[in-house]
Ligand binder design. Structure first.
Ligand SMILES: NC(=O)c1ccc[n+]([C@@H]2O[C@H](COP(=O)([O-])OP(=O)(O)OC[C@H]3O[C@@H](n4cnc5c(N)ncnc54)[C@H](OP(=O)(O)O)[C@@H]3O)[C@@H](O)[C@H]2O)c1
Length: 275
């Protein structure tokens, strides 16, 4: 496990990378901090990052939906760093209804991202805080068969997919058309899981806090599989960020492995690993 040591100079360097005008590389830069955040900050290609803040037993909230203090203070700072490094942050309307978040950057310095709410069936609350706080723009994504409502923010209409929802790829394309190519899918489980199921997540950060909730929803729920050989196996680096531990899961390498090795070969590799 790598320990992350953050300095303000290094953080400012990462913010400058994000803006495309890199400041001088700090002399005593912590390699772990760079390894965790540089892939988000650099703008060499589109990036879809997902972030889950969960307990030791894999819960993101209590059964009543209380999710306020799952992450410790360093886990929250980590989430805000991720927000500060992306163009847009995506949440499902379930999170807006449950938490009424502002999705801004407050725990660290940096610019807040554009806020995107996936609201397929038009149930975004008119009184949602983000619609009235004067912060970054809010884009609400709805199916094109939903009657126009009274929300005064930009509504992007997308065709309803055969599964009844909005296709994650169509969501990313609509954002890319608006110049938003580096995105953070922040939750909840329903929203993240649709992107993971569609194989559109490049990196997943699972931030684990040392608490046990014992019941309540998990951060990711995928289509059921019968065999562990069908489980997703990204490359993982583990970082001690202080109050929380971050598992940085790289799905890009998984995609490369799948292309290079047919399923049968992969099973042989797994058996060899176990031996
Ligand atoms: N700890 C964390 O990291 C974290 C982060 C965020 C949220 N949370 C917690 O997660 C809970 C909410 O999660 P959730 O899974 O219930 O809800 P969610 O993912 O926030 O929202 C799900 C809803 O969003 C809409 N939606 C999202 N993606 C869609 C798509 N591709 N196509 C169509 N509709 C889409 C659907 O709305 P319709 O049903 O209207 O069609 C869906 O029911 C809350 O308790 C919140 O506190 C935890």
């Amino acid at each position: 496990m790598r320990s992350v040591r953050m300095t303000e100079e290094l953080w400012q360097h990462l913010l400058s990378l994000r803006e495309g005008s890199p400041s001088p590389f700090p002399a005593d830069a912590d390699a772990s901090f760079l390894a965790l955040y540089r892939p988000i900050a650099i703008r060499d290609r589109p990036l879809v990052l997902a972030q889950v803040g969960q307990s030791l037993d894999g819960r993101v909230a209590t059964p009543t939906g209380d999710a306020q203090d799952v992450s410790g203070c360093d886990g929250i700072a980590h989430l805000h760093r991720c927000r500060a490094l992306v163009d847009a942050v995506i949440v499902g309307v379930g999170t807006v209804v449950a938490d009424n978040p502002s999705l801004s950057v407050r725990a660290v310095s940096g610019k807040s991202p554009v806020r995107v709410v996936v609201d397929c069936n038009g149930r975004m609350p008119e009184r949602a805080k983000m619609l009235h706080d004067g912060g970054m723009p809010v884009l609400v994504l709805q199916a094109d068969d939903v009657p126009s409502g009274s929300i005064r923010h930009e509504v992007i209409r997308l065709p309803r997919h055969t599964d009844g929802g909005l296709a994650p790829r169509a969501i990313l394309e609509a954002l890319a058309e608006r110049g938003l190519t580096t995105v953070l899918v922040e939750g909840g489980a329903n929203t993240i899981s649709r992107f993971v199921d569609a194989h559109l997540i490049d990196r997943l950060h699972v931030s684990v806090a040392p608490i046990i909730i014992g019941s309540g929803p998990a951060g990711i729920r995928l289509s059921p599989i019968d065999r562990l050989s069908e489980a997703r196996r990204p490359d993982v680096e583990v970082y001690n960020i202080g109050t929380d531990i971050v598992f940085d899961c790289n799905f890009r390498s998984e995609i490369r492995q799948e292309a290079a090795s047919p399923a049968a070969d992969r099973q042989d590799i797994l058996m060899a690993d176990l031996a």
